[in-house]
Design a protein around this ligand. Structure first.
Ligand code: PMP
Length: 466
C-alpha cells in the first residue's frame, strides 16, 4: 500500500514530459538486478539505457566513489586540475581506438559532450555546417536536438533549431526498399553503399565541403534501431572526410565502453575518428561524459571557451578510473565476446580443451535466432542484429506506421512484448520508430541470468503470437 502511495506521489509531482516504461519505484540495484520498493526483483536488460555496463553498484566502483567523496568532491576545472581526472586520462589513453586520440576533456552528460564536439569542430575548421545521419540520436539540448533524427517527439514544438545541420541516410538495410524488393531477402545487398553516394551528393548539392565542419555518426545506430553499418561504410566516410578536410566525429556515447564487444565500436572497422564522444558506461552510473581528440585540434580552442561548473567531477572521475580497472582486471570484454579455451596439462602431454562458448553475446544471438526460426513465433520477427551486447530485434510491422504525430512511442508489437516481459520481471527497452526491442544487459551478465532473460523474452513473444 505504501509503495502504491509512493508511486502515486511520483506520478503527481514528477514532470509528465518524461515517458516511463513503468511506474515501479526502484529501491536498490546489484549486478544485473534492480529491486522495487515493494521488494519485486527485476532482471535488468536495459542497464539504465546502456549505463551500468559493469552491473548495478559494482563494489569496486562504489568503493572508489565513496573514497573520493571523503577526499575531494569538487575540483573546479577553471581553478585547478584534479588528480582523479588525470588518473582517468591515464587509464583511458591506452584504450582509445587510435593513438592519435590523446587530448581529453570531461563534462556531465552525453549531450553536453556532443555539443562540445561540435564547438571543437567549428573552432578547429572555421566551418559551420554539420552532417548528421538519419535515425541518429545525440541528446536533448537545443543544439543536440537540432542534430537528432531518430524520432520527431524529441524536437516537436521546441524549434526553431540550430541552422547548418544536414541529414544523410544511414545504411539501414531492413528498411531499404531496394534490398526488400530485389530478392525478398534482407541484408546487406546492393543497396548498402547508396548512403555513401547520398553523402557525396549532399556535399555537392546542399552543404559545400568547404562549409562543412564535421560529419557525426554513431558507429552503431542506437536510438535509431541498433543498426550496424555494413563493413566498409565507416572507412569510406573516413576517406571522404580526409578528401575534403571534414572532421569525423564518432558518437560512442551508447556504443562505447565495451558495449559492442570491443572497448569502442570504431575498433570493429579500424576507423579513426578526429573527435570521439564518450559518456554512459564511462563511470557506470555517475554523471560523466567526455570528448577526446588529437592535441593539435584540441589546442585550436581559445582558453576559456570550454568548461562548466561540474565538468569532470572528481567523484565521477574516480568512478571512471575504477571502471577502467574493472574492465581490464575482470576481463569484462571476454564475458561479452571471447571464447575461453583451457589448456590442461595432463600426464600424457598437453591437451587443448575447448570448454564451449562463454560468450554472452553469442548466447543471446543464438536464443533470438532460435526464436526467429521457431514455428510458433518466428513469423513475427523480421531481423536480429547487433554487435556484442548491443542487439536489436525488429518485428514485422504490417501496420507501420504504428505511431501518431503527437506520440511516437511504439504502441504495437514491441511495446506489447515489452509489457509481457515486465509482467514477468524482465526490463527491456524498445528503440526507433520501427517495432524494435533492444537488448543491453550489463556486460557482466552471467550465463544463468542471460538464459533467464532469454526464456522470459521467448515466452513473451510466444504469448503475443497466440
Ligand atoms: N548520444 C548518443 C548516441 C546517445 O545514445 C545518447 C543518450 N541516449 C546521447 C548522445 C545523449 O546522452 P545524455 O542523455 O547523457 O545527454
Amino acid at each position: 500500500m505504501a509503495a502504491i502511495a509512493r508511486a502515486a506521489f511520483g506520478v503527481q509531482h514528477l514532470a509528465k514530459g518524461v515517458s516511463r516504461l513503468s511506474n515501479v519505484v526502484l529501491a536498490k540495484g546489484r549486478g544485473s538486478y534492480v529491486w522495487t520498493t515493494e521488494g519485486r526483483k527485476l532482471l535488468d536488460f536495459t542497464s539504465g539505457i546502456g549505463v551500468v555496463n559493469l552491473g548495478h553498484c559494482h563494489p569496486r566502483v562504489t568503493q572508489a566513489a565513496q573514497s573520493q567523496l571523503a577526499t575531494l568532491v569538487h575540483g573546479q576545472v577553471a581553478i585547478a586540475m584534479h588528480e582523479p581526472m588525470l588518473s582517468l586520462i591515464e587509464h583511458l589513453k591506452p584504450v582509445m581506438p587510435d593513438p592519435s586520440l590523446d587530448t581529453f576533456f570531461f563534462w556531465n552528460s552525453g549531450a553536453e559532450a556532443v555539443e562540445a564536439a561540435l564547438k571543437l569542430a567549428r573552432a578547429a575548421t572555421g566551418r559551420q555546417n554539420i552532417v548528421v545521419m538519419q535515425g541518429s540520436y545525440h541528446g536533448r539540448t537545443i543544439g543536440t536536438m537540432s542534430m537528432t533524427r531518430s524520432k520527431t517527439i524529441y524536437g516537436a514544438g521546441f524549434g526553431p533549431f540550430m541552422p547548418g545541420v544536414f541529414t544523410s541516410p544511414f545504411p539501414y538495410c531492413t528498411q531499404c526498399a531496394v534490398a526488400n524488393a530485389s530478392d525478398g531477402k534482407l541484408g546487406f545487398s546492393n543497396c548498402c553503399m547508396d548512403p555513401l553516394h547520398e553523402l557525396k551528393v549532399l556535399l555537392k548539392q546542399q552543404s559545400a565541403a568547404a562549409d562543412t565542419a564535421a560529419i557525426i555518426i554513431e558507429p552503431v545506430l542506437g536510438e535509431g534501431g541498433y543498426v550496424v553499418p555494413p563493413d566498409g561504410f565507416l572507412s569510406e566516410v573516413r576517406k571522404l572526410c580526409d578528401e575534403h578536410g571534414i572532421l569525423l566525429i564518432l558518437d560512442e556515447v551508447q556504443s562505447g565502453f565495451g558495449r559492442t564487444g570491443k572497448y569502442f565500436a570504431a575498433e570493429h572497422w579500424r576507423v579513426r575518428p578526429d573527435i570521439m564522444v564518450m559518456a554512459k558506461g564511462i563511470a557506470n552510473g555517475l554523471p560523466l561524459s567526455g570528448i577526446v581528440s588529437r592535441k593539435e585540434l584540441m589546442d585550436r580552442q581559445t582558453p576559456g571557451s570550454m568548461g562548466g561548473t561540474y565538468a569532470g567531477n572528481a567523484v565521477a572521475c574516480a568512478a571512471g578510473v575504477a571502471c577502467a580497472q574493472v574492465m581490464r582486471e575482470e576481463r569484462v570484454l571476454e564475458n561479452v565476446e571471447e571464447r575461453y579455451v583451457w589448456i590442461s596439462l595432463v600426464s600424457t602431454g598437453i591437451a587443448l580443451k575447448g570448454l564451449g562458448s562463454f560468450r554472452r553475446s553469442e548466447q543471446l544471438f543464438d536464443a533470438l535466432e532460435e526464436l526467429k526460426a521457431s514455428p510458433t513465433a518466428g513469423h513475427l520477427i523480421k531481423d536480429v542484429r547487433g554487435l556484442g551486447l548491443m542487439i536489436g530485434l525488429e518485428f514485422n510491422s504490417p501496420s507501420f506506421p504504428t505511431v501518431t504525430p503527437v506520440d511516437d512511442v511504439p504502441k504495437g508489437i514491441a511495446a506489447r512484448v515489452q509489457a509481457k516481459c515486465l509482467e514477468n520481471n524482465l526490463l527491456t527497452l524498445t528503440t526507433s520508430i520501427y517495432e524494435t526491442i533492444r537488448f543491453i544487459p550489463p556486460l557482466t551478465v552471467s550465463e544463468e541470468e542471460m538464459k533467464l532473460g532469454c526464456d522470459i523474452f521467448t515466452r513473451a513473444v510466444e504469448d503475443v503470437a497466440r
